[in-house]
Design a protein around this ligand. Structure first.
Ligand SMILES: [Zn+2]
Length: 405
């Protein structure tokens, strides 16, 4: 049940049922394309005339295109409808070291265009992104850009739309949205990377409807994106999901957030590297700077004992923190995103054992690994922009024509 907020009541306007039906039709086309008008009416429960009106509007707005012709045993051949996949979103995935830029369409298909080192100065980064997006829009005149979706390793304040908490990126409070919108003329939606991954799973996964899911990104830090009852939980000013900065060891190593012993300082990629270097009898290796997490994964695959031990410690710590998430939110599924999932067969039993230890839940939580974390993040940015047109304005139920009359 959701209370009506009397401070911001949204009363029904004449447009509301029409807008809801438009989104219902758009979603039926999205999940059943190609589909005929007759099938749309049958599946949605809307009248043929209503469907036809909405479809004409969607064609005029370039969301839907016609073709190809269908085949029936007899009679008139129906014209199939599908979403216009030339309508795209400019996608940006900002990570502490590298930023990826490309475009993606309504089906979640993504084309990477550029990968650049992330500038340490946010104003230079925003300027550079603006220039690259403008040139992308100019060179791809065949595409129609709907907006810009950005995944960031931090939180975005819901009130100011500024990036407010990005300890691993080390940017101060930054306005990405304003300058980028002025530079490109496109609307910008920025969101935390874990939230983007959660949205990506909800929008583009092939599994049945997702209601309760937590996406956990494990890389330089740890972030969580929470979907509860089909809604992304943002919390006060967008700060929900910072399990990574809950201290699990009071006297643990210092964290980039200023505290000590946070979950991410015990379970991130950097934690595993630290475990590995600490375990060397010769002391921390001198080549520490050019030895990264990928190198550690490769070493573990060759059977190197210390590398495997470091990754097991990381897995135990991922499991310990995940137990807190499971106890607090009771999600049906937890989706992990990160480089470590390349060795998911080794990580999974360790994480699972930690999560199930002393578990109070009657049913075990399903633990999954994203096939490709980079894709999950950018696909989430597509959903960020498209949800304005596709998502439920409130609780979406097709409103029948009799109800409208
Ligand atoms: Zn912290």
């Amino acid at each position: 049940m959701r209370n009506i907020n009397l401070n911001q009541p949204s009363t029904a306007s004449k447009e509301t049922p029409r807008e809801i039906n438009r989104r219902v039709v758009l979603n039926f086309i999205r999940s059943n394309q190609p589909i005929s008008r007759a099938d749309l009416a049958r599946r949605s429960g809307l009248q043929r005339s209503t469907v036809s009106l909405i479809v004409e509007e969607l064609i005029a707005d370039k969301w839907v295109i016609e073709g190809p012709l269908g085949r029936l045993p007899r009679g008139r051949r129906p014209t199939f409808l599908r979403l216009n996949d030339q309508r795209v979103v400019a996608c940006v995935d900002i990570r502490p070291l590298r930023t990826t830029l490309g475009f993606g369409n309504v089906t979640g298909a993504f084309t990477s265009v550029d990968t650049i080192p992330t500038p340490p100065d946010p104003s230079i980064a925003v300027e550079e992104l603006g220039g690259r997006i403008r040139s992308l829009v100019n060179t791809r005149r065949d595409l129609s850009f709907e907006g810009i979706g950005i995944s960031v390793p931090g939180r975005v304040d819901l009130l100011t739309h500024r990036l407010v908490f990005a300890p691993n990126l080390k940017w101060p409070i930054t306005d990405i949205k304003g300058p980028l919108e002025r530079e490109t003329g496109l609307e910008v939606q920025a969101e935390n990377a874990a939230n983007a991954c959660a949205l990506s799973e909800m929008w583009f996964s092939t599994s049945d409807e997702i209601r309760d899911l937590v996406a956990i990104t494990v890389s330089e830090g740890i972030g969580a994106g929470i979907i509860a009852q089909g809604h992304l939980i943002s919390g006060r000013r967008g700060m929900a999901g910072e399990f990574g900065h809950v201290p699990l060891e009071r006297d643990g190593p210092p964290c980039s957030c200023g505290n000590r012993g946070c979950w991410e300082v015990l379970a991130s990629n950097r934690a595993a590297l630290r475990y590995y270097f600490e375990s060397h009898a010769q002391g921390p290796a001198s080549h520490a700077d050019d030895f990264g997490f990928q190198d550690l994964l490769q070493l573990a695959e060759t059977g190197e004992v210390l590398a495997n031990r470091a990754l097991t410690r990381m897995a135990v710590q991922i499991g310990r923190g995940t137990r807190m998430v499971v106890a607090g939110l009771a999600p049906e599924t937890i989706l992990f995103i990160g480089e470590f999932t390349a060795l998911w067969d080794r990580f999974r039993p360790v994480i699972e054992a930690e999560v199930q230890a002393q578990s109070i839940s009657p049913e075990p939580t399903i633990l999954l690994a994203a096939k490709d974390g980079a894709t999950a993040r950018v696909r989430g940015t597509i959903a960020l922009v498209l949800q304005k047109h596709f998502a439920a304005p409130s609780s979406v139920m097709p409103i029948s024509d009799s109800q409208r009359a």
